[in-house]
Design a protein. Sequence first.
Length: 298
Amino acid sequence: MTRPVVAGLDGSKESLAAADWAAREALRRGLPLRLVHAWEGLPDDDTDAGLPEVRVPQYRARRVLRGALELLHERYPRLYIAAEQVRRQPGPALLAESENAELLVIGSQGAGGVGGFMSGSVALATAAHAGRPVVLVRAGETATGEHLPDGSGRPSTTTPCREVAVAVDIGGPCDDVLDFAFREAALRKAPLRAVHAWHAPLTSGVPGAEERARLRRKAERDLTELLEPWRAKYPEVVVRENLHEGRAAHVLAHAAAGAGLLVVGRRRRRTAVGPHTGPVAHALLHHVRRPVALVPHD
C-alpha cells in the first residue's frame, strides 16, 4: 500500500507553511498528500450540527481545510490531495495518522508563541512519539527557501536546492537517520552535509593539544568509515563531512543556517508519557529556523 505524506492543519501560519512544504515533498517522492484537520468540537451527527454553538466553529474548521485544499490544488495541480476532518484531539489524531504515513509534517513555532491547535506542546509530543519521520516547519517557509538565491541574490525556485544537513552520532545507531538524509539529498539533487560534534572527555582533567588532535583524527576516521556504505548506496549524492568540537545543539544549529533541511535522529520512546524528544532535538526545534526532520531509531 502506498503511504501518503500527511500534513496536520489547524489554520495557523505554521500549519499552512507545513502543508505547502508537505505538498512539495509529496511531489518529490511521487506520493499523494493527505491533509488532516483534527478537532474535538466536530459534531457527532447532523442533529448536533444544527446547534448555534456548534455551527460557527464547525464552519470555521471546514473553511480551514477547504481553503488549504483549494490553495494547494492551484499551486500543485499535478498532485493528488485528499483532505479529512477528524473528530479527535489533535495529538492522538496525528499519531494515528503517522502510523500509515510515509512522513508526517506539522507546524512548529519554535521558542514561545501562541498559535493553533497543533502548536507548542502538541507538536513536541507528536514529534516525540510518532513511529515515522516527522518534519516540523516554521511559519514563513516557502518554496524559495529550499533553493539557493539566484545570481543577483534574489529568492528563486529554479536554482539548485540548498544542501541537506544531517546530525551524525558516530557512537550510536543511525542507519535510519542516514538513509532518510541521503534520500532527501538525492531527491533534491542537493549536497549532503554530515555534521558531527565531538568533544574531549574531562574524566582525567583538561586534555592537551596533542590529545585533542588525536581525538579529532579518530573522529574523522570514524565518520568517514560510517558514511562509506551510504556513499556507495547513493553515489549521486555529494557528501561534505563537517566535524566541530563543541556542544551538539550549538554545532548543528550553526550548520543548519544555510541548509534547506536539517535531519536529526530521535530514539523511539517505549512510554507514552511526556513530550520529550531528547535534549539536542528539543533545542534544535526551538531555535533552528529551517525545517527539521526527526527520524526515529532504536
